[in-house]
Unconditional design. Structure first.
Length: 182
């Protein structure tokens, strides 16, 4: 008999379970063996699709030898980022190959949070403008002026540009483009 390595579970009514066990016993089999035979009978000739590749983040390995100075510099940068040397080296190489910043988790989460907050601010400004265009604020104690909304929009755009520049600076730092003395 082939090695049993996968578990199949199903929730059924107590009465169905009792009937299933009775039928298995009539055939002189345990419930488990009877279920295995049923599965094999039903799925025996079915086409099995190719297994999906694993969702491993790193599917290949590259080994490089570095001089002591370079290795120490890489280790110092990795320590500064709070990640292992291998993770930092992978980020640097990926950033270079993709021509895009590859921030480590400690940086990525705040950057993504910042962009989400800016997106939310822009959405709120659009909602305020829509309400203004409908004339809902008429007679209220405070009705924002068109100029105030435009100034807020410019501020949000400036913040978005600053955050994008910060992420771009991370790319220059990772690829070393901002530190060349040429």
């Amino acid at each position: 008999m082939p090695q049993k390595s996968e578990l199949v579970r199903a929730r059924i009514a107590p009465a169905s379970k009792t009937r299933f066990e009775a039928v298995a016993a009539e055939h002189g089999l345990s419930s488990s063996e009877f279920l295995r035979q049923m599965i094999e009978t039903v799925s025996g000739d079915a086409d099995v699709p190719e297994p999906r590749p694993t969702k491993a983040r790193r599917e290949g390995k590259v080994t490089v030898r570095l001089g002591q100075e370079t290795r120490r510099a890489l280790e110092a940068e990795a320590r500064g980022q709070g990640v292992p040397v291998s993770t930092w080296a992978a980020r640097l190489l990926t950033a270079r190959m993709r021509s895009a910043p590859q921030p480590v988790t400690a940086e990525r989460n705040p950057i993504q949070w910042g962009f989400r907050q800016l997106r939310g601010m822009a959405t709120n400004l659009n909602q305020i403008a829509t309400v203004m265009n409908r004339g809902v604020f008429i007679g209220d104690v405070y009705a924002p002026a068109k100029g105030e909304l435009q100034a807020l929009r410019r501020d949000v755009q400036a913040l978005r540009a600053d955050l994008a520049r910060y992420a771009g600076g991370r790319f220059e730092f990772q690829t070393g483009e901002g530190t060349r003395d040429e």
